[in-house]
Design a protein around this ligand. Structure first.
Ligand SMILES: [Zn+2]
Length: 378
């Protein structure tokens, strides 16, 4: 996900300048409104010594680097603090016969960057590219694959979700889209609420800009989740595609069981607050999915949708984040705090204070309202 709308927007009358915004919200803003400035952490020490993971990336452009994480396996890891071409993570699986690319990224240039990295290590034909889910930061670069004749795989409902979610933005009046978010900033009752609302406005502004700067390009090979898992033989390298609930209702992962490597898409945010806003996101479903990931081999290497490559400790950490959100929410629920207020009142604990928050109303806020809805329906 992306998180720095504000600075592109300073010519518009209603926009805060980023600097004045930071000055006004210094006690809240640092954690999420300027998440862009939080650089990608280095590889954890235990991964730096993992024989599957190469110390030096095959290419590093700042906005993303590509690193070997197994035999024929590569991870594309984005650092949005250094540029916007990719934003999400991805990777590729290069067998002896064919290659599977992962993610369309947020721009065609991002997808092209990954293709160039592939061609540094393998010349075999590409079988397909896979969007792990429909979200814009994973799919707006899809047209690169269309232009290059690469079949594009995704969950059966991903194409429809791309159209339903992003096509309307392309014909929409900007003020009509952003107005309600600007009003929330203006009407905020406290600095904290204002900071939350501003982070949402930044996110939606950026989404609007990206949608209007992009050619929507749809997956042309829908994968029916009912038919998963499927195994793909790439030539001496077998990838397994599976689907799990949680983040978007269209989430698929790519596993390489022989090497204990998993490309999770956004079912794993590594060292980030999870993005939970999607109408098909399910907090209980997602927590069950993470429990399942925790049952994978103890030496599993996870290539997350956002954040640094991690092992099982990364799964343990995101489960702790969900536990913390649920714990704080449950106390408020039992105390009769309304959902609207509870989603504002969550306090980021010290141990997660460096975790990027894409935007409050796309992460913590909806996690809490979804939890409330689950408890109310019991
Ligand atoms: Zn996503």
């Amino acid at each position: 996900m992306e998180f720095h709308a504000g600075e592109h927007n300073s010519s518009e009358p209603n926009a805060f300048s980023r600097r004045s915004f930071i000055a006004k919200t210094s006690c809240f803003g640092a954690f999420y409104a300027v998440a862009k400035l939080i650089p990608l952490p280095a590889l954890a020490a235990e991964l730096a010594s993992d024989s599957r993971v190469s110390q030096t990336p095959i290419v590093d452009k700042g906005f993303a680097s590509v690193r070997k994480v197994g035999n024929g396996l590569y991870a594309t890891i984005s650092d949005p603090s250094k540029g916007n071409s990719t934003i999400c993570n991805g990777g590729f699986l290069a067998g002896k016969d064919t290659v599977l690319l992962i993610e369309g990224f947020i721009t065609p240039a991002g997808a092209a960057f990954q293709m160039d990295a592939l061609r540094m290590v393998s010349q075999v034909p590409v079988k397909a590219a896979l969007d792990t889910h429909y979200h814009f930061d994973h799919s707006m670069g899809n047209s690169f694959y269309g232009v290059n004749g690469v079949p594009l795989w995704a969950h059966a409902t991903a194409a429809k979700r791309i159209i339903d979610s992003y096509a309307p933005l392309q014909s929409a009046d900007k003020e009509a889209v952003l107005g309600p978010f600007e009003k929330r900033v203006k009407d905020a009752k406290s600095d904290m609420e204002r900071a939350h609302a501003q982070s949402d406005l930044n996110a939606v502004t950026r989404l609007f800009q990206v949608a209007n700067a992009s050619v929507l390009s749809l997956p042309n090979h829908p994968i029916d989740p009912a038919k998963l898992p499927i195994s793909i033989d790439l030539g001496g390298l077998t990838a397994v595609i599976e689907s799990y609930p949680g983040h978007s209702g269209t989430d698929m992962i790519v596993r390489v069981p022989d090497q204990n490597v998993v490309y999770t898409g956004d079912l794993l945010f590594s060292g980030w607050y999870p993005v939970c806003f999607d109408e098909k996101a399910t907090v209980s479903g997602w927590r069950d999915t993470l429990k399942k990931f925790a049952s994978f081999d103890k030496d599993t290497l996870f290539v997350p949708g956002h954040g640094q490559i991690c092992g099982q400790e990364g799964i343990a950490t995101i489960r702790e984040v969900f536990d913390d959100i649920a714990g704080q929410a449950e106390k408020m629920y039992k105390a009769g705090v309304p959902a609207e207020e509870a989603q504002q009142r969550y306090v980021v604990p010290e141990k997660f204070k460096n975790f990027p928050v894409f935007a409050w109303g796309f992460t913590i806020g909806p996690a809490i309202t979804k939890l409330y809805a689950e408890w109310q329906s019991k």
